[in-house]
Design a protein around this ligand. Structure first.
Ligand SMILES: Cc1ncc(COP(=O)(O)O)c(C=O)c1O
Length: 394
């Protein structure tokens, strides 16, 4: 039997990196002495008031079809929080709820891109991007952000990558895997690029509220940018709600109308009880999300302090998010070899950052999605492993 060409476009890459993660998760479930630091799923429970809102909604019979775009009161909340003088007044018609930012990105790909279009994406980038862009027949063009620059946006490289087929630029701000947040001048350069070449900007901001230092800038809030920007976000990371699958896109009304048509034939709205939870999250859970952010910052500091001592394996201090990057090239291994050998020797699972793009080849991504004592133990094992390898290299 034959399958569609689409199936080839969405065929996964970087699979080897995830193989190790899956082995580690199974081993942990079987009670083995492993520490899984290879995933981007906050280990905290969803704040109780949010879960309670969903349970109450279920008990009250909130189990029926919903508006395809999502409940107006949730979308209105999102719109009002996002609006600034530069965006102009926003309302529910500028927001559509999706089953996570991933789902919203897929919709943006289908509603903005045609076969043959090119989308610039900043490398390293989240692993699903390529397949999601290719699903519409478009091509993803990776724009390197070099490790030597600290994985920072390179406006010159982006400009050089533009062709007559370039339709959009896809950014992750703050970035996964690097934890880098775009500075004001980088955002300005990106705006100039988009305006000069009439590009859409797709801005994935799922880590935008897990920022430890500095000010996160949403590019859609810069002058003249709202009309050409789709901002993606979700409850997943901010409120430890990855499994709830609640995210959204904020965009000009005309695009939301297309999203609505797509939603009608693709998803048919989110469950009412998860929307009740979303309302509780967005309206009544600022303290809980602040506590999650504070905990991640403390963990970031713990892991950074524990792993930053060795000049042979430099690490990058993330400004946001839940990952720290380590350069293992001087140990004579690439990221995948390091991750596999580390796991075999110590039971600590980290991820080959090369799965996120060529610029991160030779780096590993370490998640701080475990409690302090596990993180302390994991860092001791990582340091011990590096010390052994160092003898080997010397
Ligand atoms: C950069 C980035 N974008 C999107 C997602 C998917 O998020 P969601 O759970 O909202 O679909 C993730 C999840 O890890 C991510 O890291």
């Amino acid at each position: 039997m034959q399958f569609s060409q689409l199936t080839q476009c969405i065929d996964g890459e970087g699979a080897a990196a995830w193989d190790l993660h899956e082995v580690a998760v199974q081993a942990a479930a079987g009670g083995e002495d492993v520490i899984v630091l290879s995933v981007g799923d906050p280990d905290f429970s969803t704040p109780e008031n949010i879960t309670a809102a969903a349970i109450a909604a279920l008990q009250q019979g909130d189990t029926h079809y919903q508006l395809v775009t999502g409940r107006p009161e949730v979308r209105q909340l999102i719109a009002e929080r996002f609006q600034t003088p530069n965006t102009g007044a926003l309302d529910a018609d500028n927001v559509m709820l999706f089953a996570g930012a991933q789902n919203a990105l897929f919709a943006a790909s289908l509603c903005l891109l045609n076969a043959g279009d090119q989308v610039l994406a900043l490398d390293p980038m989240y692993v699903t991007y390529e397949a999601t862009i290719r699903a519409s027949g478009a091509e993803l063009v990776a724009v390197p952000q070099s490790a030597d620059s600290g994985f920072r946006f390179d406006a010159r490289a982006a400009r050089a990558a533009i062709t007559p087929n370039t339709k959009a630029i896809l950014i992750t701000n703050p970035n996964n895997p690097t934890g880098v947040m775009m500075s004001e001048s980088e955002i300005d350069d990106l705006c100039a690029l988009a305006l000069d070449h009439d590009l859409w900007v797709i801005s994935d901001e799922v880590y935008g509220e897990l920022v430890f230092e500095g000010q996160h800038i949403s590019i859609a809030q810069r002058p003249q940018m709202f009309e050409r920007t789709v901002t993606l976000n979700s409850l997943s990371k901010t409120y430890a709600m990855t499994g709830w699958r609640v995210g959204w896109a904020i965009a000009p009304g005309a695009l939301i109308a297309h999203f609505s048509n797509l939603g009608l034939c693709m998803l048919y709205g989110l469950p009412g009880f998860t929307q009740a939870a979303a309302h509780a999250a967005l309206d009544q859970s600022a303290a809980a999300s602040a506590a999650i952010r504070t905990a991640f910052k403390q963990r970031r500091d713990l892991v950074f302090n524990a792993l930053s001592g060795n000049p042979l394996t430099p690490i990058l201090k993330p400004q946001a998010g839940m990952f720290i990057m380590m350069d293992v090239r001087a140990l004579g291994m690439d990221g995948l070899e390091f991750a596999n050998a580390l796991y075999a020797a110590t039971g600590v699972a980290v991820l080959d950052a090369g799965a996120f793009g060529k610029t991160a080849y030779g780096w590993v991504r370490i998640s701080y999605t475990a409690d302090d004592s596990l993180l302390t133990e994991a860092c001791a094992r990582i340091n011990g492993f590096i010390a052994q390898r160092q003898e080997h290299v010397a």
